[in-house]
Design a protein around this ligand. Structure first.
Ligand code: DOR
Ligand code: ZN
Length: 399
Protein backbone atom coordinates (compact mmCIF):
# COMPACT_ATOMS: atom_id res chain seq x y z
CA UNK A 1 0.00 0.00 0.00
CA UNK A 2 1.30 3.40 -1.03
CA UNK A 3 0.75 6.85 0.38
CA UNK A 4 1.69 10.26 -0.95
CA UNK A 5 1.83 13.27 1.35
CA UNK A 6 1.63 16.34 -0.82
CA UNK A 7 2.69 19.94 -0.31
CA UNK A 8 3.53 20.15 3.38
CA UNK A 9 6.36 21.73 5.35
CA UNK A 10 8.58 18.72 5.98
CA UNK A 11 10.60 18.95 9.19
CA UNK A 12 12.89 16.47 10.90
CA UNK A 13 16.09 16.94 12.92
CA UNK A 14 17.96 18.46 9.97
CA UNK A 15 15.51 19.16 7.15
CA UNK A 16 12.95 21.91 6.80
CA UNK A 17 11.53 22.34 3.31
CA UNK A 18 8.29 22.47 1.39
CA UNK A 19 7.48 19.28 -0.50
CA UNK A 20 6.10 15.77 -0.72
CA UNK A 21 6.86 12.36 0.81
CA UNK A 22 6.09 9.06 -0.88
CA UNK A 23 5.75 5.90 1.22
CA UNK A 24 5.60 2.44 -0.32
CA UNK A 25 5.53 -0.94 1.45
CA UNK A 26 5.76 0.89 4.74
CA UNK A 27 9.03 2.68 3.98
CA UNK A 28 9.92 6.18 2.91
CA UNK A 29 10.86 5.71 -0.75
CA UNK A 30 11.19 9.26 -1.98
CA UNK A 31 10.88 12.83 -0.78
CA UNK A 32 11.25 16.10 -2.66
CA UNK A 33 9.24 18.50 -4.74
CA UNK A 34 6.43 17.75 -7.19
CA UNK A 35 6.34 13.98 -6.73
CA UNK A 36 3.71 12.24 -8.83
CA UNK A 37 2.30 8.85 -7.93
CA UNK A 38 -1.22 7.64 -8.44
CA UNK A 39 -2.09 6.36 -4.98
CA UNK A 40 -3.84 7.48 -1.84
CA UNK A 41 -2.85 11.14 -1.45
CA UNK A 42 -3.11 13.53 1.48
CA UNK A 43 -3.05 17.25 0.77
CA UNK A 44 -0.82 18.80 3.45
CA UNK A 45 -1.13 22.39 2.32
CA UNK A 46 -0.45 24.71 5.27
CA UNK A 47 0.49 21.77 7.50
CA UNK A 48 3.71 20.33 8.89
CA UNK A 49 4.86 16.75 8.33
CA UNK A 50 7.31 15.37 10.88
CA UNK A 51 8.57 11.91 11.83
CA UNK A 52 6.12 10.53 14.38
CA UNK A 53 7.32 10.67 17.98
CA UNK A 54 9.12 7.98 19.95
CA UNK A 55 8.57 7.73 23.70
CA UNK A 56 11.21 6.05 25.84
CA UNK A 57 9.10 6.07 28.98
CA UNK A 58 5.50 4.93 29.14
CA UNK A 59 3.29 2.92 31.54
CA UNK A 60 0.53 0.94 29.83
CA UNK A 61 -0.20 -1.13 32.98
CA UNK A 62 -0.86 -4.47 31.28
CA UNK A 63 -0.75 -7.07 32.74
CA UNK A 64 -2.33 -6.38 36.10
CA UNK A 65 -3.64 -2.84 36.20
CA UNK A 66 -5.87 -2.80 33.13
CA UNK A 67 -8.41 -0.67 34.98
CA UNK A 68 -5.84 2.19 34.75
CA UNK A 69 -4.74 1.50 31.15
CA UNK A 70 -4.23 -1.45 28.84
CA UNK A 71 -2.21 -1.95 25.69
CA UNK A 72 -5.22 -1.12 23.52
CA UNK A 73 -6.24 2.13 25.24
CA UNK A 74 -2.59 3.11 25.67
CA UNK A 75 -1.87 2.55 21.98
CA UNK A 76 -4.85 4.68 20.95
CA UNK A 77 -3.64 7.39 23.33
CA UNK A 78 -0.14 7.20 21.83
CA UNK A 79 -1.54 7.63 18.32
CA UNK A 80 -3.60 10.64 19.36
CA UNK A 81 -0.37 12.13 20.71
CA UNK A 82 1.53 11.48 17.46
CA UNK A 83 3.53 8.51 18.76
CA UNK A 84 4.08 5.27 16.83
CA UNK A 85 6.77 3.69 19.01
CA UNK A 86 6.86 3.53 22.78
CA UNK A 87 8.90 1.85 25.47
CA UNK A 88 6.78 0.25 28.18
CA UNK A 89 7.99 0.18 31.77
CA UNK A 90 8.14 -2.96 33.89
CA UNK A 91 6.04 -1.96 36.93
CA UNK A 92 3.09 -4.11 35.92
CA UNK A 93 1.53 -6.89 38.01
CA UNK A 94 3.34 -9.25 37.90
CA UNK A 95 6.46 -7.12 37.39
CA UNK A 96 7.99 -7.76 33.98
CA UNK A 97 11.01 -9.87 34.89
CA UNK A 98 10.72 -12.65 32.31
CA UNK A 99 10.43 -13.34 28.60
CA UNK A 100 6.97 -14.73 29.24
CA UNK A 101 5.61 -11.29 30.05
CA UNK A 102 7.70 -9.59 27.37
CA UNK A 103 6.30 -11.98 24.76
CA UNK A 104 2.75 -11.53 26.03
CA UNK A 105 3.01 -7.76 25.67
CA UNK A 106 4.74 -7.84 22.27
CA UNK A 107 2.17 -10.31 20.91
CA UNK A 108 -0.71 -8.21 22.15
CA UNK A 109 0.75 -5.09 20.53
CA UNK A 110 1.34 -6.98 17.28
CA UNK A 111 -2.21 -8.30 17.32
CA UNK A 112 -3.61 -4.79 17.79
CA UNK A 113 -1.37 -3.42 15.00
CA UNK A 114 -1.74 0.16 16.19
CA UNK A 115 1.77 1.15 17.31
CA UNK A 116 5.13 -0.59 17.79
CA UNK A 117 6.36 -1.24 21.31
CA UNK A 118 9.42 -2.27 23.25
CA UNK A 119 8.95 -3.89 26.65
CA UNK A 120 11.47 -3.06 29.37
CA UNK A 121 12.47 -5.76 31.84
CA UNK A 122 13.12 -5.00 35.51
CA UNK A 123 16.74 -4.57 36.63
CA UNK A 124 16.14 -6.61 39.78
CA UNK A 125 13.84 -9.63 39.65
CA UNK A 126 10.31 -8.63 40.72
CA UNK A 127 11.83 -5.33 41.96
CA UNK A 128 13.35 -7.20 44.93
CA UNK A 129 16.34 -4.87 44.91
CA UNK A 130 18.91 -7.65 44.75
CA UNK A 131 18.41 -10.50 42.24
CA UNK A 132 19.91 -10.11 38.76
CA UNK A 133 19.90 -13.75 37.59
CA UNK A 134 16.89 -13.25 35.25
CA UNK A 135 18.97 -10.95 33.03
CA UNK A 136 20.87 -13.95 31.64
CA UNK A 137 17.59 -15.44 30.37
CA UNK A 138 16.59 -12.46 28.25
CA UNK A 139 16.39 -12.63 24.47
CA UNK A 140 17.54 -10.03 21.99
CA UNK A 141 14.10 -8.39 21.73
CA UNK A 142 14.90 -6.80 25.09
CA UNK A 143 17.14 -3.75 24.92
CA UNK A 144 16.34 -1.90 28.14
CA UNK A 145 16.24 -2.67 31.86
CA UNK A 146 14.60 -0.52 34.51
CA UNK A 147 13.11 -0.62 38.00
CA UNK A 148 11.30 2.63 37.13
CA UNK A 149 8.94 3.70 39.86
CA UNK A 150 11.64 2.75 42.39
CA UNK A 151 15.36 3.37 42.82
CA UNK A 152 17.89 0.55 43.08
CA UNK A 153 19.03 0.99 46.67
CA UNK A 154 22.12 -1.20 46.89
CA UNK A 155 25.31 0.21 45.35
CA UNK A 156 26.80 -3.19 44.53
CA UNK A 157 23.57 -4.40 42.91
CA UNK A 158 23.52 -1.36 40.62
CA UNK A 159 27.25 -1.82 39.91
CA UNK A 160 26.73 -5.45 38.95
CA UNK A 161 23.61 -4.60 36.93
CA UNK A 162 25.57 -2.08 34.86
CA UNK A 163 28.33 -4.62 34.26
CA UNK A 164 25.80 -7.26 33.20
CA UNK A 165 24.02 -4.74 30.99
CA UNK A 166 27.30 -3.95 29.27
CA UNK A 167 28.11 -7.62 28.69
CA UNK A 168 24.63 -8.20 27.22
CA UNK A 169 24.42 -5.04 25.09
CA UNK A 170 21.62 -3.58 27.22
CA UNK A 171 20.95 -0.07 28.50
CA UNK A 172 19.78 0.64 32.04
CA UNK A 173 17.14 3.32 32.61
CA UNK A 174 17.64 4.74 36.07
CA UNK A 175 14.82 6.07 38.22
CA UNK A 176 16.84 8.18 40.64
CA UNK A 177 15.28 8.06 44.07
CA UNK A 178 16.83 7.27 47.43
CA UNK A 179 14.03 5.75 49.44
CA UNK A 180 15.62 6.61 52.78
CA UNK A 181 15.78 10.34 51.93
CA UNK A 182 12.72 10.81 49.75
CA UNK A 183 10.24 11.29 52.61
CA UNK A 184 11.84 14.49 53.78
CA UNK A 185 13.90 15.78 50.82
CA UNK A 186 12.91 14.66 47.32
CA UNK A 187 15.55 16.90 45.74
CA UNK A 188 18.41 15.42 47.73
CA UNK A 189 16.98 11.97 47.05
CA UNK A 190 17.20 12.48 43.26
CA UNK A 191 20.53 14.30 43.34
CA UNK A 192 22.44 11.81 45.46
CA UNK A 193 21.35 8.83 43.37
CA UNK A 194 22.18 10.66 40.15
CA UNK A 195 25.69 11.32 41.48
CA UNK A 196 26.10 7.69 42.54
CA UNK A 197 24.99 6.31 39.20
CA UNK A 198 27.21 8.68 37.23
CA UNK A 199 30.14 7.22 39.18
CA UNK A 200 28.93 3.65 38.64
CA UNK A 201 28.54 4.27 34.90
CA UNK A 202 31.99 5.85 34.80
CA UNK A 203 33.50 2.86 36.56
CA UNK A 204 31.65 0.05 34.74
CA UNK A 205 31.31 1.76 31.34
CA UNK A 206 27.77 0.35 31.26
CA UNK A 207 25.22 2.31 29.27
CA UNK A 208 22.98 4.34 31.56
CA UNK A 209 19.97 6.50 30.67
CA UNK A 210 18.57 8.85 33.32
CA UNK A 211 14.76 8.90 33.43
CA UNK A 212 12.74 12.07 34.11
CA UNK A 213 15.58 14.35 35.24
CA UNK A 214 13.95 17.13 37.23
CA UNK A 215 16.47 19.11 39.29
CA UNK A 216 19.04 21.70 38.28
CA UNK A 217 21.69 19.87 40.31
CA UNK A 218 21.05 16.50 38.63
CA UNK A 219 21.15 17.92 35.11
CA UNK A 220 24.29 19.92 35.95
CA UNK A 221 26.04 16.75 37.15
CA UNK A 222 24.88 14.89 34.03
CA UNK A 223 26.23 17.65 31.78
CA UNK A 224 29.59 17.56 33.56
CA UNK A 225 29.81 13.77 33.28
CA UNK A 226 28.84 13.85 29.60
CA UNK A 227 31.62 16.35 28.97
CA UNK A 228 34.01 13.95 30.70
CA UNK A 229 32.97 11.15 28.32
CA UNK A 230 30.84 9.00 30.64
CA UNK A 231 28.43 6.85 28.55
CA UNK A 232 25.18 8.36 29.78
CA UNK A 233 22.04 9.77 28.19
CA UNK A 234 19.01 11.46 29.72
CA UNK A 235 15.38 12.42 29.22
CA UNK A 236 13.11 15.14 30.60
CA UNK A 237 9.32 15.15 30.68
CA UNK A 238 6.99 17.82 29.28
CA UNK A 239 5.52 18.35 32.77
CA UNK A 240 8.92 19.09 34.30
CA UNK A 241 9.49 21.64 31.52
CA UNK A 242 6.08 23.35 31.55
CA UNK A 243 5.28 23.47 35.26
CA UNK A 244 6.93 24.78 38.42
CA UNK A 245 5.74 25.44 41.97
CA UNK A 246 2.82 23.08 41.42
CA UNK A 247 1.88 20.31 43.84
CA UNK A 248 0.23 17.95 41.34
CA UNK A 249 1.46 14.53 42.44
CA UNK A 250 4.19 13.12 40.19
CA UNK A 251 7.41 11.33 40.94
CA UNK A 252 9.83 13.10 40.79
CA UNK A 253 7.79 16.13 41.88
CA UNK A 254 7.27 19.32 39.92
CA UNK A 255 10.24 21.51 40.87
CA UNK A 256 10.95 25.25 40.87
CA UNK A 257 11.43 27.94 38.24
CA UNK A 258 15.25 27.71 38.42
CA UNK A 259 15.08 23.96 37.72
CA UNK A 260 12.89 24.51 34.66
CA UNK A 261 15.29 27.20 33.40
CA UNK A 262 18.29 24.90 33.83
CA UNK A 263 16.52 21.98 32.10
CA UNK A 264 15.55 24.18 29.14
CA UNK A 265 19.10 25.53 28.88
CA UNK A 266 20.36 21.94 28.86
CA UNK A 267 18.05 21.19 25.93
CA UNK A 268 19.24 24.31 24.09
CA UNK A 269 22.88 23.30 24.68
CA UNK A 270 22.27 19.75 23.38
CA UNK A 271 22.67 17.82 26.63
CA UNK A 272 19.15 16.38 26.81
CA UNK A 273 18.80 13.35 24.58
CA UNK A 274 15.04 12.91 24.66
CA UNK A 275 11.70 14.20 25.74
CA UNK A 276 9.85 11.29 27.33
CA UNK A 277 6.35 11.51 28.74
CA UNK A 278 6.44 9.13 31.73
CA UNK A 279 2.80 8.58 30.70
CA UNK A 280 1.40 7.28 34.01
CA UNK A 281 -2.38 6.79 33.84
CA UNK A 282 -4.28 6.25 37.10
CA UNK A 283 -7.94 5.92 38.03
CA UNK A 284 -9.64 8.81 39.77
CA UNK A 285 -9.80 6.82 42.97
CA UNK A 286 -6.10 5.88 42.91
CA UNK A 287 -5.22 9.52 42.29
CA UNK A 288 -7.38 10.52 45.27
CA UNK A 289 -5.44 8.01 47.36
CA UNK A 290 -2.19 9.72 46.37
CA UNK A 291 -0.91 7.85 43.28
CA UNK A 292 1.84 9.73 41.42
CA UNK A 293 1.62 10.35 37.71
CA UNK A 294 0.30 12.21 34.71
CA UNK A 295 -1.59 10.82 31.75
CA UNK A 296 0.73 12.67 29.42
CA UNK A 297 1.13 11.05 26.03
CA UNK A 298 -1.76 12.88 24.34
CA UNK A 299 -0.60 16.35 25.33
CA UNK A 300 3.16 15.89 25.06
CA UNK A 301 3.74 17.41 21.63
CA UNK A 302 1.52 20.46 22.11
CA UNK A 303 3.02 21.26 25.51
CA UNK A 304 6.60 20.72 24.33
CA UNK A 305 6.05 22.68 21.12
CA UNK A 306 4.46 25.59 22.97
CA UNK A 307 6.93 25.79 25.84
CA UNK A 308 10.08 25.14 23.81
CA UNK A 309 9.55 26.22 20.18
CA UNK A 310 6.73 28.77 20.35
CA UNK A 311 8.38 30.38 23.37
CA UNK A 312 11.56 30.80 21.33
CA UNK A 313 14.02 28.45 23.03
CA UNK A 314 14.63 25.92 20.24
CA UNK A 315 13.81 25.27 16.59
CA UNK A 316 11.27 22.74 15.36
CA UNK A 317 14.27 20.77 14.03
CA UNK A 318 15.64 20.50 17.55
CA UNK A 319 12.27 19.40 18.91
CA UNK A 320 12.13 16.68 16.25
CA UNK A 321 15.63 15.61 17.25
CA UNK A 322 14.65 15.03 20.88
CA UNK A 323 11.17 13.65 20.24
CA UNK A 324 12.01 11.38 17.29
CA UNK A 325 15.60 11.06 16.06
CA UNK A 326 17.47 10.60 19.34
CA UNK A 327 15.00 8.24 21.00
CA UNK A 328 14.91 6.27 17.72
CA UNK A 329 18.68 5.93 17.83
CA UNK A 330 18.71 5.06 21.52
CA UNK A 331 16.15 2.31 20.86
CA UNK A 332 17.93 1.23 17.69
CA UNK A 333 14.94 1.46 15.32
CA UNK A 334 14.79 2.77 11.76
CA UNK A 335 12.30 5.46 12.69
CA UNK A 336 12.45 9.10 13.68
CA UNK A 337 13.92 10.65 10.52
CA UNK A 338 12.70 11.62 7.08
CA UNK A 339 15.14 9.31 5.35
CA UNK A 340 14.93 6.87 2.45
CA UNK A 341 14.47 3.33 3.77
CA UNK A 342 13.20 4.46 7.16
CA UNK A 343 9.71 3.44 8.32
CA UNK A 344 6.96 5.67 6.93
CA UNK A 345 5.99 6.73 10.44
CA UNK A 346 4.92 10.37 10.26
CA UNK A 347 2.65 12.92 11.88
CA UNK A 348 0.76 15.73 10.23
CA UNK A 349 0.40 18.71 12.55
CA UNK A 350 -1.21 22.11 12.42
CA UNK A 351 1.13 24.33 14.41
CA UNK A 352 -1.18 27.33 14.40
CA UNK A 353 -4.18 25.47 15.71
CA UNK A 354 -4.72 25.78 19.45
CA UNK A 355 -5.92 22.89 21.55
CA UNK A 356 -7.67 23.12 24.89
CA UNK A 357 -6.78 20.15 27.06
CA UNK A 358 -9.85 18.19 28.08
CA UNK A 359 -9.03 14.79 29.50
CA UNK A 360 -12.63 13.68 28.95
CA UNK A 361 -11.59 13.32 25.31
CA UNK A 362 -8.41 11.34 26.03
CA UNK A 363 -8.24 7.87 24.50
CA UNK A 364 -6.27 6.91 27.60
CA UNK A 365 -8.23 5.50 30.52
CA UNK A 366 -6.17 7.85 32.71
CA UNK A 367 -7.82 11.25 32.88
CA UNK A 368 -5.22 12.51 35.38
CA UNK A 369 -3.64 15.71 34.14
CA UNK A 370 -2.62 19.03 35.68
CA UNK A 371 -3.09 20.63 32.24
CA UNK A 372 -6.89 20.35 32.18
CA UNK A 373 -8.42 23.44 30.58
CA UNK A 374 -5.07 24.89 29.50
CA UNK A 375 -4.47 25.90 25.90
CA UNK A 376 -1.47 25.01 23.76
CA UNK A 377 -0.43 25.34 20.15
CA UNK A 378 0.08 22.38 17.83
CA UNK A 379 -2.70 19.97 16.94
CA UNK A 380 -2.00 16.43 15.75
CA UNK A 381 -4.14 15.96 12.65
CA UNK A 382 -2.95 12.51 11.64
CA UNK A 383 -0.58 9.80 12.80
CA UNK A 384 0.73 7.45 10.16
CA UNK A 385 2.52 4.16 10.77
CA UNK A 386 4.26 2.50 7.86
CA UNK A 387 2.17 4.46 5.39
CA UNK A 388 -1.17 3.73 7.03
CA UNK A 389 -3.24 6.42 8.74
CA UNK A 390 -3.73 4.99 12.23
CA UNK A 391 -5.22 8.14 13.72
CA UNK A 392 -7.22 10.74 11.89
CA UNK A 393 -7.79 13.91 13.88
CA UNK A 394 -9.33 15.89 11.07
CA UNK A 395 -7.64 15.45 7.70
CA UNK A 396 -9.59 14.74 4.54
CA UNK A 397 -8.15 12.58 1.83
CA UNK A 398 -9.23 10.38 -1.05
CA UNK A 399 -8.36 6.76 -1.50
O1 DOR B 1 4.87 9.77 38.52
C1 DOR B 1 5.24 8.62 38.35
N1 DOR B 1 4.38 7.61 38.08
N2 DOR B 1 6.56 8.34 38.48
C2 DOR B 1 7.01 7.08 38.44
O2 DOR B 1 8.21 6.91 38.57
C3 DOR B 1 6.09 5.94 38.33
C4 DOR B 1 4.84 6.34 37.68
C5 DOR B 1 3.76 5.30 37.78
O3 DOR B 1 4.02 4.13 37.47
O4 DOR B 1 2.63 5.65 38.12
ZN1 ZN C 1 7.84 6.10 34.89
Amino acid sequence: MDLLLKGGRIVDYNTDFHGDIYISDGKIVEYGENLNYSCKTINCDGLVIMPSFIDMHVHFREPGYEYKEDIHSGSLAALRGGYTYVNLMANTNPICSSMEIVDYVLNRARELDLIDVHQTVSITKNFDGETLSHIDDLESTVKLLSDDGKGVKDNLVMYNALKLAKENGLTIIAHEEDESLVCFDTRLSENIMTKRDIELARSTKGKLHFAHVSTKEAITDIIKAKNEGVTITCEVTPHHLALYDNDYKVNPPIREKEDVKTLINAIVDGYVDAIATDHAPHSEEDKRKGACGISGIETSFSISYTSLVKDGHISLNKLSEIMSKNPGELMNVRKGKVKIGYDGDLVIVDLDSRIKVDSKNFASKGKNTPFQGKEYYGKILATIKRGIVKYNGGIEYDN
